[in-house]
Design a protein around this ligand. Sequence first.
Ligand code: DGL
Length: 282
Amino acid sequence: MKMDNPIGIFDSGVGGLTVAREIIRQLPEENIVYFGDTLRVPYGPRPLPQVKDLVFEIVEMLIERGVKLIVIACNTGTAAGLIEAQAKYDVPIVGVIEPGARGAVQATRNRRVGVIGTVGTIDSGAYSKAVRALDAGVTVYSAPCPKFVDIVEQGMISDANFLRPKTYNLAKAYLTPLLRAQIDTLILGCTHYPLLSALLEKVSGSDAQLISSALETAVEVRTILERRGQLRSGSGAPTYHFAASANVKQFAVLGGRFLGRKISDVELVFVRDVDRGRTVLT
Ligand code: DGL
């Protein structure tokens, strides 16, 4: 595997670009291929075995494209398929749950940690397990926030929109039980949520510090590539390739905000429509 081969990153949609952004910041010389599964978003309400199949399918697609490492920049995908994917494929695969848990364990002072995420992620118990594996003395309080992904994917992320009373009240309803439990650290257990940081900070006040997985995930990517002697350096400007399974124009516009840089071209990748003839409950 050559060091010029790209890092593959994927999510159900644009959320994983918050992780891609941090990887680009920490590893500015790396080539990147990003795939957003915008045809089949959201993953959160789907049964985990189905999400696992989607993870395997995308991992195989990225391997065919010659990636040297894969980041499942999706908590639901990580909860559903990381461990089995790591066992099944030769390429190193990194998830976002363990890095987020590590960030929270390092940050908490009172050892009361909150986690918010999709229904799939929260019901899997993956964060509680990951936090307790690092420090069994930390108590984890979790809350699913099923409506947040749609709010973000629909682009309702301008200040004016997400501070609308309706969105504010929704966030308040989701977070109140965690704040009552006196958490001092809140894990954003979905890669879409960093885009709602201002809203979440407003609701939680100064009581809880927000932790996203992006920073620690990028550190882990660097460590693995370094160990394998595959860090790219000094061979020209990096390339960033973006692909999505539907709505490529919207992906480019919204994704640009997530990434913090313009996305000018998005490849349309055809994938199985697992919902054809069936309504997905969101
Ligand atoms: N951004 C993803 C996550 O971190 C998936 C959200 C979804 O598709 O429901 O869980």
